[in-house]
Design a protein around this ligand. Structure first.
Ligand SMILES: [Zn+2]
Length: 234
């Protein structure tokens, strides 16, 4: 059998291998798995963000509690000062009262902030709960799909191995120079060989000059000037 015919037969087997590889890659189960995985990762990131927000809130609450107890102490000291009648003139009394008012205003502001933080924290807790429920549902779907995909993958891998073995067998009698040319064309055009049909390349359907078709018919190895495939007559 001539080299071109051997190469053509190898190409049939090689294309079967590619088809099976693509079928594994493009499996709807696999694509759904990738989607679920991406979703789970995004939900994990949401959880992480919430956790860091909640931890920042807890820190702020601690700081506010400290500020409140400090202000309360200051307020108490001020009250004692007033009660012990240290301030005699009206100006000094006014000053003390202003100070007391400032402490009370601060306390109110701290307490309002605490209330706000507690509400935010409760909102986040609800959000955390929702995210957990959604993620758990997605994880269950993911696990179910994974079982189906694994079975499908196993089956297709066995088939793929068979197709690869067949292609390897058909590659054996092909001379190295022909195989190298095949692989080089395959990098830009698949399949690399195209039959000549009249004056047309069946790879890209372009017509070839008659001088070229004559050469091909005479047995010359010529690549299509449009798609680069090796033109063959079998
Ligand atoms: Zn072509």
């Amino acid at each position: 059998m001539d080299q071109i015919r051997l190469l053509w037969e190898y190409q049939q087997a090689d294309m079967e291998v590619s088809k099976m590889e693509n079928s594994i890659k493009r499996s709807p189960n696999r694509q759904k798995l990738v989607k679920y995985r991406d979703y789970l990762v995004s939900q994990q990131n949401v959880m992480k963000r919430i956790e860091s927000e909640v931890s920042a809130m807890a820190d702020r609450l601690e700081a506010l509690k400290d500020a409140i107890s400090m202000t309360e102490d200051q307020y108490k000291a001020l009250k004692q000062k007033v009660e012990s009648d240290q301030a005699t003139d009206a100006k000094a009394v006014q000053q003390l009262m202003n100070e007391a008012k400032r402490f009370l205003n601060n306390l109110t502001a701290y307490e309002q902030e605490i209330k706000r933080i507690r509400k935010d924290a409760a909102d986040r807790e609800r959000l955390q709960h929702d995210v957990k429920v959604r993620a758990a549902k997605a994880k269950a779907e993911f696990d179910k799909l994974k079982v189906a995909f694994d079975a499908e993958y196993k089956e297709k891998t066995v088939e793929l191995e068979g197709l690869k073995a067949k292609a390897a067998e058909l590659a054996k009698p092909v001379e190295a120079a022909f195989m190298e040319r095949y692989e080089a064309i395959k990098r830009h055009s698949v399949p690399p060989l195209a039959k000549l049909n009249g004056d047309q390349c069946t790879g890209c359907n372009m017509s070839l000059p008659s001088a070229v078709t004559r050469k091909i018919k005479a047995g010359e190895l010529i690549e299509c000037e449009t798609c680069g495939r090796l033109l063959v007559i079998l």
